[in-house]
Design a protein around this ligand. Structure first.
Ligand code: AMP
Ligand code: ZN
Length: 114
């Protein structure tokens, strides 16, 4: 049985507001949005974080990167723009240990990163 929250979301065991899906990628709205548009983009392969990337699994992660501009276009985030964030480990505040990319946009975001 899967114990990973995002694997369960991807498999439909836990409901989510899906915005995009392809063979390798699943994307859904963050339950606690930090901007008018806040989407999480995850690989369908379980990878715990950026720190677990390898030559063998990089394809799953790069599929997310290719999906991000498609999702941004679908959400009308261009030409205004958007921010992409991936928290890795405790100092970054990673709370779900399945690699994910936050897409934040829909307003002029603050300039600070930390
Ligand atoms: P991070 O802190 O980078 O690990 O991000 C985890 C994100 O997952 C947070 O922004 C949470 O709001 C979000 N999140 C947690 N549970 C859910 C859920 N069931 N559906 C959608 N987003 C979630
Ligand atoms: Zn997972």
């Amino acid at each position: 049985m899967d114990v990973c929250l995002f694997c369960k979301i991807m498999e439909g065991e836990i409901p989510s507001a899906k915005v995009y899906e392809d063979e390798n990628v699943f994307a859904f709205r963050d339950i606690n949005p930090q901007a008018p548009t806040h989407i999480l983009v995850i690989p369908k392969t379980h990878i715990p974080s950026m720190d677990a990337l390898t030559p063998e699994n990089i394809g799953a992660a790069s599929a997310c990167l290719l999906a991000i501009p498609k999702i941004a276009a679908q959400e009308g985030l261009m030409p205004g723009g958007y921010r992409v964030v991936s928290n890795c480990g405790p100092d970054a505040g990673q709370t779900v240990h399945h690699l994910h990319f936050h897409i934040l946009g829909g307003k002029a975001l603050g300039v600070g990163m930390a």
